[in-house]
Design a protein around this ligand. Structure first.
Ligand SMILES: C[S@@+](CC[C@H](N)C(=O)[O-])C[C@H]1O[C@@H](n2cnc3c(N)ncnc32)[C@H](O)[C@@H]1O
Length: 220
């Protein structure tokens, strides 16, 4: 069961979350996920489940203008507010992915869900609910952090690719991000999964690493 503090954590995180969007490994994860959205036929509807501040939604709208509708869903009002500002053409909905998804109408050709699963009360339940919203040939693309995530590797790879100067103006928000992440990693309610656990949960072997090898990417 999530406490009020856990739920409101995401509203606080929304204020500084986009500091991580600057990281090259994060951008690579977003590009990897967009590349898994089928091209033929063009998806009619795509759901970004747990859209956060809308970085993946933005990439979908920009890189895949052929997609009919992008629906961006999140439980956090503060996250949704930021995503709406970035993505005025997307449909935004407040949805609790721990629930039965009654807030969503219709079905989706593709559901993308990046770095959300580990935060959910019961990932198996949420995946079952999401799968019910897929069209018969629909595709689910999920990313979720590895069991012993090492954020230092992400920072190191970013600095190798883009230089330390690219982070200077972000020092303050990055300190807040680091504090929030340290809290998340310590809290046993979150689910950091091994590859075998991801394969079993999603019922697929199509699982690989992305985001400086700190995040699983599963396609099913
Ligand atoms: C780490 S962020 C990932 C955001 C975005 N998908 C990305 O990759 O940048 C996790 C997101 O999951 C959302 N979230 C957590 N629990 C949720 C729930 N029960 N229902 C809907 N969204 C939830 C949070 O509000 C937050 O926006």
């Amino acid at each position: 069961m999530r406490t009020f503090t856990e739920k409101s954590l995401w509203d606080v995180y929304a204020r500084c979350y986009d500091a991580i969007a600057v990281f090259q490994p994060y951008q690579e994860m977003i590009a990897d996920v967009v590349a898994e959205v089928p091209v033929q036929p063009s998806p009619r509807r795509v759901l970004d489940a747990g859209c956060g501040t809308g970085n993946l939604t933005q990439a979908l709208l920009t890189m895949r203008p052929d997609v009919g509708e992008v629906v961006a869903a999140d439980r956090s009002v503060a996250m949704l507010r930021r995503s709406r500002r970035k993505n005025p053409t997307a449909t935004h909905l407040q949805v609790d992915l721990d629930g039965e998804l009654g807030e969503l109408s219709g079905s989706f050709d593709v559901i993308v869900c990046t770095n959300v699963l580990y935060t959910l009360a019961d990932p198996h339940h949420s995946l079952t609910m999401l799968r019910r919203r897929l069209t018969p040939d629909g595709r689910l693309v999920v990313t979720t952090p590895i069991a012993r995530v090492d954020t230092k590797k992400i920072v190191r790879q970013h600095i190798e690719l883009r230089g330390a100067a690219s982070l200077l103006r972000l020092v303050l928000p990055l300190i807040v991000v680091a504090l929030i992440n340290a809290r998340i990693v310590r809290t046993t309610a979150y689910h950091f999964l091994t590859r075998d656990q991801v394969c079993e949960l999603l019922g697929t072997d199509a699982v690989r690493l992305t985001y400086s090898d700190q995040v699983w990417l599963a396609v099913c």
